[in-house]
Write a protein of this length. Structure first.
Length: 173
């Protein structure tokens, strides 16, 4: 698994309220995803492309246990690199198949629009524009399996522990 994408930069303490505003809880996923960062980055969702990567400061994903990671994944975000990722948000990222890596001083290493290459197995992150490489903590293999499957539900379906029809019906698809 190798992730390559364009960087979008965010600062410290980006909370889940900015990613999933309260008024979107009961909306269909497409409408919920269209509200991501509407307060602090109006129009951002129209610019994001599948494969893009968020680079952020400290405590990314602070706040409630909202499934905001699901909205980011729906928009096409493939990974988050942050100086620190809130632990509850980190687990939600994994559950929805979104890679989240801690990299001290991450904001210093990238400019918005840079291309980044991530190898979660080795924990290496490369800024393709500057050809600089950085080492994040290697990702545990079990978590990589979940991310590669597309999330926890998808892994359980793939391994035969969960029938996909039941999940699809539950999700209203």
């Amino acid at each position: 698994m190798l992730i390559k994408g364009r960087v979008w930069k965010f600062g410290d303490n980006i909370d889940t309220d900015l990613m999933m505003p309260q008024d979107t809880f009961r909306l269909p996923m497409k409408e919920r995803a269209n509200a991501v960062f509407r307060v602090n980055r109006p129009g951002w969702v129209k610019k994001v492309k599948r494969g893009d990567v968020l680079v952020a400061g400290k405590n990314f994903g602070v706040g409630s246990s909202r499934p905001a990671a699901r909205s980011l994944k729906f928009l096409g975000i493939e990974a988050i690199i942050a100086e620190s990722v809130n632990s509850l948000f980190f687990r939600n990222c994994i559950n929805y198949g979104l890679l989240a890596l801690n990299l001290p001083c991450a904001l210093n290493y990238f400019q918005e629009g840079d291309l980044v290459e991530i190898d979660p197995h080795g924990g290496t992150i490369k800024n393709m524009n500057t050809e600089s490489s950085f080492n994040a903590e290697p990702f545990p293999e079990m978590l990589i399996r979940i991310v590669e499957a597309g999330g926890m539900i998808e892994l359980l379906q793939k391994e035969g522990y969960l029938a996909s029809e039941a999940y699809e019906k539950e999700q209203g698809r």
